[in-house]
Design a protein around this ligand. Structure first.
Ligand code: G3P
Ligand code: CA
Length: 253
């Protein structure tokens, strides 16, 4: 885990620098890297032909000029879509990235927090395919996998116990005393909690359970400052440039 969490508050760009560029595109990732982000948070799901593609929603409608479910489309159909114009016409050339190309782009440059968007309970081999992709691209050491779906995380932990994983929480269902059993059950290393859950007592409870904690999605200076003061392990933000300033880090890229 120390190869991801290094003792200082990590600056993760939520879907890239999504305040200023179309979410989950290479343009947003490139901008986040230039703005000093330590890592990129991105959403992945499988398309019909079996590739992991980078897109948040289950449907294409909100962020692209396509219609329908991502899982019903082939990779060729998806690659023809415009994933930038719905944000601004100047991004009309942006495409839905394939995870493989993002791995190559990020290598040796930024960390990746890959959020697996999957409701699936049945075993399909998807987690093994993801793990093999990370290994083939030499990116296992630079990636942290998160999901709202604990089944996905448990399967990944069984396949590769050393792979850093994080469970996403947006409701306060985690009660005192249960964090330890969660880590045993799933072998997770971190909790990624929504900012409304980020209160000192809860953060302390998570830490005592031996887990790292990242907070999403904080974008205003006051909240970012508060979270930095709490000493969280990472913040996932649409505005990595703001967080970089608050952390007092200079731009080296
Ligand atoms: O990874 C944290 C956050 O991205 C989870 O929510 O809906 O933005 O994917 P969402
Ligand atoms: Ca996400």
């Amino acid at each position: 885990m120390d190869h991801i969490f290094n003792g200082r508050t990590l600056n993760f760009a939520h879907r890239g620098a999504s305040l200023l560029a179309p979410e989950n595109t290479l343009a947003a990732f490139e901008l986040a890297a230039q703005q000093g982000a330590d890592g990129i948070e991105l959403d992945v799901r499988l398309c019909r032909t079996g590739e992991w593609v980078v897109i948040h929603d289950v449907r294409l409608n909100r962020t692209t000029n396509g219609r329908g479910f991502v899982r019903a489309k082939s990779i060729d159909e998806l690659r023809r879509l415009d994933a930038g114009s719905s944000f601004h016409q100047s991004f009309a050339n942006e495409r839905i990235p394939i995870l493989a190309e993002v791995l190559d782009w990020a290598k040796g440059r930024v960390l990746l927090n890959i959020e697996v968007k999957s409701q699936a309970r049945a075993h399909t081999g998807a987690e093994l395919r993801l793990l093999n992709l990370l290994r083939r691209h030499g990116m296992r050491q630079q990636c942290l996998i998160s999901s709202f779906n604990p089944i996905v995380l448990r399967r990944l932990a069984r396949l590769d116990p050393g792979l850093p994983t994080a469970l996403l929480l947006n409701v306060k269902w985690l009660r005192r005393g249960t964090a330890k059993s969660l880590t045993r059950m799933m072998n997770i290393n971190a909790l990624h909690i929504s900012r409304r859950l980020a209160r000192p007592r809860f953060l302390e409870h998570i830490r005592r359970a031996g887990l790292r904690v990242m907070v999403w999605n904080a974008n205003d200076p006051a909240t970012l400052r508060k979270l930095v003061a709490y000493g969280v392990d990472g913040i996932i933000t649409d505005a990595p440039h703001l967080l970089n300033d608050i952390l007092g880090r200079t731009l080296s890229r």
